[in-house]
Design a protein around this ligand. Structure first.
Ligand code: CS2
Length: 492
């Protein structure tokens, strides 16, 4: 297929495919998004597309990749257009999204991205850069010794981290008398806005105390984002291109469900997102906790136990009765740790999750979710376990998920293919795995490395639970290990 999806070919698409019904040329850029991957394109860019279709003009998106050029190379020849395929049951609906006007590759032209960030029309900067790119130390502050942070302090005009770009752009805007943009984190971290604000403040303080004061005053609302977005496969590309009649080099796939909850604190305006289902709230905390602990925590359990059992997708892993029953047990441990005053309903939430995880139309790979466990488990699993211990309750299931992560890391060295998943701490994780330590020592070494449970008094107890579970996984395998867990909590 030689023709590409583009502004020129839009009119020729079949009528079953929804297309932007607004004049894209009249849209001006108002949002810069750092980390323009599949998640952003299946979530935030769609809400913005809705606003543009409703007549807003000032909120076009400039996407930026901080590392790879792949999104730019796919979307550049397509005028930023791509297809969103929503799959549920036996239905797939296609929609071409038009909100991304251009895509920049930061390492190719740091000054190009700094120029766009400094443009007075840029009033919001959003981020999906993944947990590891926040560059936090074990105490949650900025990892000031990280080579990229050191380099960005040394040469502010040539940044490589999100911190470097944002702070340099804020400094330039301040010098030019341009109001700061609002910074909106859309990553799966608790209090993601406050966390990023703190990190940016610490970064700015390394440069100049006055700049740090300025950064302290910008708006950094927290938000909770939710939509399941499996990585696109070549088969998806081929199927969707055939349906379109023109080639789309990088369509994105997702589920019917979508949720975005945002703290309404935007210093320089924002799109009217609430008209399209976005919940604008004062405090996003309870929504974030519920999502991280119930959805993402279960996802990690399904991913590691699934990988260990040879299940390639979430639907297959969750369809395994032993794993399904385990996940229910983990939910029963996590649900009581959630705030009760918020009006949210964990019971209904897990019912909806059950349907979402059972969606066989999405081949959401367990290996995809397994990436970066050291960065994900603290807020998905360990924080929940610490709350359980403080309440005098058990955390056996939660520590089984930690043990399953460790076992999957160990098996990458021998059994599982090394490329199954990766982690920023891989060098050290592989070294530990190669030492073939007894379970208790291996758990101690990994807790030290990843900073799990920090200086908490509960750390020895959690390590003991994880070590028992790891020993069972090592000797008996998943099915036997799960069958030995106390399932009493499931009815809780
Ligand atoms: C997943 C998330 O890969 C992962 O770690 O748990 O990306 C998950 O699919 C999203 O947070 C759903 O909103």
């Amino acid at each position: 297929m030689s023709k590409r999806l583009s502004d020129k070919t839009l009119a020729a698409l079949p009528s079953s495919v929804a297309v932007p019904c607004y004049d894209r040329a009249a849209v001006t850029p108002g949002i810069v998004h750092l980390g323009v991957g599949a998640f952003h394109r299946a979530h935030q860019a769609v809400y913005v597309d809705d606003c543009l279709a409703a007549g807003e003009r000032e909120w076009g998106i400039v996407g930026a990749s901080l590392q790879s050029a792949s999104t730019h190379d796919a979307l550049g020849p397509q005028d930023g257009l791509y297809t969103l395929a929503t799959r549920g049951g036996d239905r797939e609906t296609l929609r071409v999204v038009g909100s991304i006007g251009s895509v920049l590759v930061a390492p190719r032209s740091p000054s190009g991205l700094l120029d766009v960030l400094g443009d007075p029309r840029t009033r919001i900067v959003t981020l999906t850069i993944t947990e590891k790119a926040y560059l936090r130390n074990a105490a949650g502050g900025l990892d000031t010794g990280h080579a990229a942070i050191v380099a960005d302090i040394d040469t502010p005009e040539n940044p490589r981290t999100a911190h470097g770009y944002l702070v340099e752009a804020l400094a330039r805007r301040r010098a030019a008398g341009i109001a700061p943009f609002t910074v909106l984190s859309c990553d799966n971290l608790p209090a993601n806005g406050a966390t990023l604000h703190r990190l940016l403040g610490e970064f700015a303080a390394l440069r100049d105390p006055e700049l740090a004061k300025h950064v302290a005053e910008i708006s950094c609302p927290s938000s909770m984002v939710d939509r399941i977005v499996p990585a696109t496969t070549d088969a998806d590309r081929a199927r969707i291109s055939l349906e379109l009649g023109v080639e789309d080099a990088w369509p994105v796939l997702t589920e019917p469900f979508s949720q975005w909850v945002i703290e309404d604190d935007f210093s320089s305006g924002r799109p009217g997102w609430e008209a399209f289902g976005v919940e604008m709230v004062r405090d996003v905390g309870p929504f974030e906790d519920m999502k991280l602990r119930l959805l993402n925590g279960a996802h990690s359990a399904i991913a590691y136990l699934g990988l260990l059992s040879g299940h390639e997708t979430v639907a297959k892993s969750f369809g395994d009765p032993a794993i399904r029953s385990f996940v229910k047990g983990q939910w029963a441990e996590a649900a009581p740790t959630l705030p009760t005053a918020s009006g949210l309903d964990p019971k209904r939430y897990v019912e909806a999750l059950t349907t979402r995880f059972d969606n066989t139309a999405l081949a959401h790979r367990t290996a995809q979710i397994a990436n970066d466990g050291s960065q994900k488990l603290p807020q998905r699993i360990v924080a929940t376990a610490l709350d359980r211990m403080n309440a005098g309750a058990g955390a056996d299931h939660l520590m089984m998920t930690v043990a399953a992560w460790m076992r999957a890391c160990e098996l990458r060295v021998s059994g599982l293919a090394a490329q199954h998943f990766t982690d920023p701490l891989d060098d050290a994780l592989v070294r530990i795995a190669k030492r073939n330590l007894p379970a208790a020592e291996a758990v101690g070494a990994v807790f030290d490395l990843a900073g799990f449970a920090g200086a908490s008094k509960w750390r020895p107890a959690l390590e003991a639970l994880a070590a028992d579970n790891l020993a069972m996984l090592r000797t008996d395998g998943v099915a036997a290990a799960l069958s030995q867990l106390d399932t009493g909590g499931q009815s809780a």
